[in-house]
Write a protein that binds this ligand. Structure first.
Ligand code: NAD
Length: 386
């Protein structure tokens, strides 16, 4: 048999296994089988009761991404708002039909305990404030969804977990990529062995942080509020992706930092961190995060037979998958979905079905422990066992 027909056969075999039928193929098996919010049993919510969410912190991400996503959610609705700005809150209350009685300041927030329309408190504040508001929400007897990074210290993460456990309430960390169809499809393909044995993963997340131009970047360069620099804010996507793509927990980590401390943005927080994770199976992940480059949000998983590339991997609305072998590249036509609505629906389902979220507090704690080990490694210039 000629080399050409051998390679054609192996390409056909690979494509058949990957569920691909042409160079630019239509949707393959794994994604088609994946429920949107990755729930095993689709929720039977016959009484059509929607779970009520209070939004705490009406900033850029809350207003531009999450609040509009409630319109596409099946099981979640906005029933309360919490803000330090009464004018902004009044305007958003009108837009989202929230009762004036369900609008709170940070000072009277604890009285939310008396509001039966609120099941879940969703914390969209800077990370340095997450712990305080998660604990207060749990003490008010509410389930909690909190933004990433979960908190700025391991002790705070533990305090948040303990408070929700004591109150008998669910705690979920808003890792939207774990509810996003392209990332779920990639996880399924790796699990199915479509790439062969996984050998290594790379992931890069970077952008220009611009506190002088964007109000939402002001807290990102203040250590007390952000906990750290690019690693805490966006490197966490690389770190979390390495964990969900491998399905393993790292045993050793190593990091190197490069920050121009004369740049006024980086007086308190780091710019670049490059890091390596060693997983028990022998898989290595090499990841980067940076606050001084053009935007990048990508990942690549390398197996013995093929690689899978997502670029962008963790965008809000646009994702692109490429699978490559020695024979060439193909682009499975995975369907875009609203990851924000899927995340909200998952939280709502966990409340309605009394089940632990797929990304619980413990998932957020794991990343913060690893981030602390990475900072330690960068400081000491040595690998750290975890
Ligand atoms: P933002 O600055 O636009 O919003 C923060 C809000 O917190 C503002 O309304 C601000 O007024 C309020 N706030 C209350 N007390 C404050 C204080 N002491 N200092 C500063 N702000 C205070 O920021 P954002 O980009 O909307 O980020 C909010 C949260 O959402 C963060 O935890 C961030 O990591 C997370 N986030 C997540 C994603 C994602 O894709 N999952 C994307 C962006 C932001």
């Amino acid at each position: 048999m000629s080399t050409k027909s051998n390679s054609t056969d192996s390409r056909r075999q690979f494509m058949r296994k990957a569920g691909l039928t042409a160079a630019v193929a239509t949707i393959a098996g794994p994604a088609a089988a994946l429920p949107f919010a990755d729930t095993d049993s689709p929720l039977q919510n016959d009484d059509q009761r929607k779970v009520g969410f209070a939004i705490v912190g009406l900033g850029k991400y809350a207003q531009e991404q999450m609040m509009p996503a409630f319109k596409e959610s099946k099981h979640a609705k906005i029933t309360a708002l919490v803000s330090g700005s009464p004018e902004k809150m009044q305007q958003l209350a009108k837009q989202y039909s929230v009762d004036a009685k369900s609008c709170y300041s940070y000072q009277n927030f604890d009285s939310i305990k008396d509001n039966p329309a609120v099941d879940v408190v969703y914390i969209v504040l800077p990370p340095g404030l997450h712990a305080e508001y998660v604990v207060r929400a749990a003490q008010a007897g509410k389930h909690v969804l909190t933004e990433k990074p979960m908190a700025t210290s391991v002790a705070d993460c533990q305090r948040m977990i303990d408070a929700c456990r004591k109150a008998g309430k669910q705690l979920m960390v808003a890792y939207r990529a774990q509810y996003e169809p392209f990332n779920l499809d990639a996880i399924a393909r790796i699990k199915n062995g479509e790439l062969g044995k996984l050998r290594y993963v790379t992931s890069d997340h970077g952008r220009q942080v611009e506190p002088s131009k964007d109000k939402a970047d002001e807290w990102r360069v203040v250590k007390k509020l952000a906990g750290g620099g690019s690693l805490m804010d966006i490197g966490i996507y690389s770190l979390n992706a390495a964990r969900y793509l491998t399905g393993e927990e790292p045993v050793e980590v190593m990091a190197m930092e490069s920050t121009d401390r004369t740049d006024p943005r980086f007086k308190e927080v780091e710019d670049q961190i490059h890091f390596t994770l060693r997983f028990p199976s022998g898989v290595l992940a090499t990841c980067t995060s940076a606050y001084s480059i053009e935007t990048v949000k990508r990942l690549r998983a390398f197996g013995e037979k093929a690689y899978l590339d997502l670029d962008p991997a963790t965008d809000y609305y646009k994702h692109n998958m490429t699978i490559g072998t020695a024979e060439g590249e193909m682009k499975p036509a995975v369907k875009e979905g609203n990851q924000f609505a899927a995340e909200l629906d998952h939280m709502a389902e966990c409340v309605l079905q009394n089940k632990t979220p797929k990304t619980p507090g413990e998932e957020g704690l794991r990343d913060i422990k690893l981030i602390m080990a990475l900072y330690e490694s960068a400081k000491k210039g040595k690998p750290v066992k975890v």
